[in-house]
Ligand binder design. Structure first.
Ligand SMILES: C[S@@+](CC[C@H](N)C(=O)[O-])C[C@H]1O[C@@H](n2cnc3c(N)ncnc32)[C@H](O)[C@@H]1O
Length: 370
């Protein structure tokens, strides 16, 4: 039988590391990501003879060099994984020099700015370079990023990191106050991104920087007043399709819930064995456990959930079994009736009561050719 490859591995190669493509082997000079557990990652530089201390014990770079990314490494007190760096993993492990943008906003920015290989992008300010890495991967191998910040050390550090991450040839990092002096670029950009306290001052310069065929612009601002002022200026300058949005990531906790069954009188028909689609109502996302217990137990079908343990209790200790209070039984037609004390256990997903999520608003607009 012919096998169809699921993953295109043509971009996997050995050589200098790059955040824009994968390679197989860990080498000196690579920036690698250590996965120590859920939500626990670190980035480190692979250096000869270097030993890093982790919560699982010493990690010797010499033992990693020449081995494959993705491997599990045994340390004295536990194990961890060594992963190839990506812009997403960099965002959650990078050294913060400023507030940064996270994957939720970044994904929307890359999508809405229509970034693709070959795109030319202007960004201000560079900050910690979190967004810049994602832009660079999107525009590689033939695009370019011009990024600006007026803070000298941030500019220097970003430049160094882009080089270390194999992206230096795709980016220029300039120290410049873009609100006062603009970008010094005309007719080069397909897209412009602004993460500045006063983006409206830069918008006239941004307009000059677009290619003759126009392009897309995005401004990130934490306050709605900044958004309003940005929108007004965009409109005055002739930008169209102006749209502001907020990206909120919603997390849901999975819980096992034990809920008493409503007594509707006369027992509840739960259908025949082998026909569980009968008249039993499923009140929300999840699955229902059947077990009448007592004398009908052996005739009643039961579905097991993920949290099942061999003794029928759930992970959180709740009993999974239907309870019929001793009154349930065969209805005489092969169907089973449930009585008033019945309860059922199911899994459900629900959001936390409080969900902090606001980072800021993204305002997008289009500049069409004159
Ligand atoms: C919040 S940070 C940007 C974070 C970046 N988007 C990231 O994901 O890492 C804002 C940056 O804009 C820079 N900045 C503020 N005003 C500026 C201006 N007028 N010209 C250039 N850079 C400016 C600051 O120095 C700061 O580094």
């Amino acid at each position: 039988m012919k096998r169809i490859p699921v993953v295109d591995t043509s971009c996997i190669h050995a050589g200098t590391m790059s955040f824009a493509k994968y390679k197989k082997t860990i080498e000196v000079g690579d920036t690698a990501i250590l996965l120590l557990g859920y939500d626990n990652m670190l980035q480190l530089m692979i250096e000869k003879d270097k030993i890093y201390q982790t919560k699982y014990g010493a990690l010797r770079c010499n033992e990693l060099i020449g081995t494959r990314y993705g491997r599990r490494v045994q340390c004295s007190k536990g194990w961890l994984y060594v992963l190839h760096a990506t812009p997403e993993l960099w965002t959650v492990t990078l050294p913060h020099r400023t507030q940064i943008l996270y994957a939720t906003d970044i994904s929307m920015i890359v999508f809405q700015l229509d970034l693709k290989p070959g795109s030319v992008v202007i960004e201000s300010g560079t900050g910690s370079g979190s967004l810049s890495h994602a832009i660079l991967r999107s525009v590689a191998p033939s695009g370019y990023l011009h990024t600006f910040d007026f803070h000298a050390q941030r500019v220097e550090k970003a430049r160094q990191e882009f080089e270390e991450h194999g992206l230096g040839h795709l980016v220029s990092v300039a120290e410049r106050d873009t609100c006062k002096n603009g970008f010094g670029l005309e007719c080069v950009a397909d897209a412009v991104f602004l993460d500045l306290p006063g983006p409206w001052d830069v918008l006239p310069f941004a307009k000059q920087a677009f290619k003759a065929e126009g392009g897309r612009i995005c401004s990130f601002s934490p306050c709605i007043e900044q958004v309003q002022r940005t929108c007004e200026t965009l409109e005055k300058l002739g930008f169209t399709d102006i749209q502001s949005l907020e990206c909120l990531a919603r997390t849901f906790d999975v819980r096992t819930v034990n809920m008493p069954l409503a007594n509707l009188g006369g027992g509840v028909d739960i259908g025949v064995e082998g026909d569980q689609s009968g008249s039993l109502h499923q009140p929300c996302i999840g699955h229902i456990e059947y077990d009448t217990g007592g004398r009908d137990a052996k005739n009643t079908k039961k579905r097991r959930g993920d949290g099942d343990t061999p003794d029928g209790s759930t992970e959180d200790g709740a009993s999974k079994k239907w309870s019929d209070g001793g009154n349930g039984g065969d209805a005489g037609d092969g169907r089973t009736k449930m009585s008033e004390s019945a309860s059922f256990v199911f899994k459900t997903a629900h959001p936390p009561v409080q969900m902090p999520g606001h980072t800021g608003f993204l305002t997008f607009a289009t500049l069409y050719p004159d």
